[in-house]
Design a protein around this ligand. Sequence first.
Ligand SMILES: [Zn+2]
Length: 305
Amino acid sequence: MSDHRIAPAAGPGEAGHVRGFWQGLGLPGLVDVHTHFMPERVLRKVWAYFDALGPLTGGVEWPITYRQEEDERAALLRDFGVRAFTAMLYPHKPGMARWLNDWAVDFARRTPDCLHTSTLFPEPGVETYVREAVEAGARVFKAHVQVGAYDPADELLDGAWGLLADAGVPVVIHCGSGPAPGKHTGPEPIARVLARHPRLRLVVAHMGMPEYEDFLDLAERYEEVRLDTTMAFTDFSERLAPFPRRALPRLAGLGDRVLLGTDFPNIPYPYLHQLHALERLRLGEAWLRGVCHDNAARLFALPGA
Ligand SMILES: [Zn+2]
């Protein structure tokens, strides 16, 4: 039995509360740049990993709140009023990215409110399949330095980064050392990537947790670097890796480059909690409007942005 791992029910009333949140800000909805959709058997493995408290969870109890079927999960995001979301998927070994990308093409086709997402891995041929993905309409890429266990500055990726920088396609990259460090996590390898590709539109996932301030340094230095809020500022993350209060003014200063991300559905608390965690930073309604909708709407040129 694993009942003890089931998070408190997000509840049937949650959608109304989420909608109330963005309506109260005068927004047309939310844009969530960090949600996970992937081939069903891969997602089941990810969930099994969280259930077993695999080493990359940092050994922390991690109950998945939204363990529904794929169509129900997408429908729930729509009920929440998420206008656009992503299908963050990532390989943990060579020879897998192309297959994931093929799946993502099909997913984007049957899910018009999902921003067509692709991924990559340092391997021969990566530049070719990245080009093909961009030509096929990929709007965003996902890279996972911790799970992939590769150096993002690996020479094999150089052509792909250059291509993505030229195309202006954002790359959401899990490169911070939370919840558990990897051999190549942390700001230093990313600094090397940006030194070579200063126009690359990296979106640092999880605000770079726990190396928040180092990644803020990079965002302040490179104007195309952005940060996503995924799991940051929540009770769950504040216990493990608190965001330093002294850095709050820097968050305000980067207000047009912070993007809502949530990690839906793989989160150990209700979706609404991420929104409240942003609200309680007290950076103001204009900041929240940018973070929860306008910044990403502009980045992805959504209608009305
Ligand atoms: Zn994620």
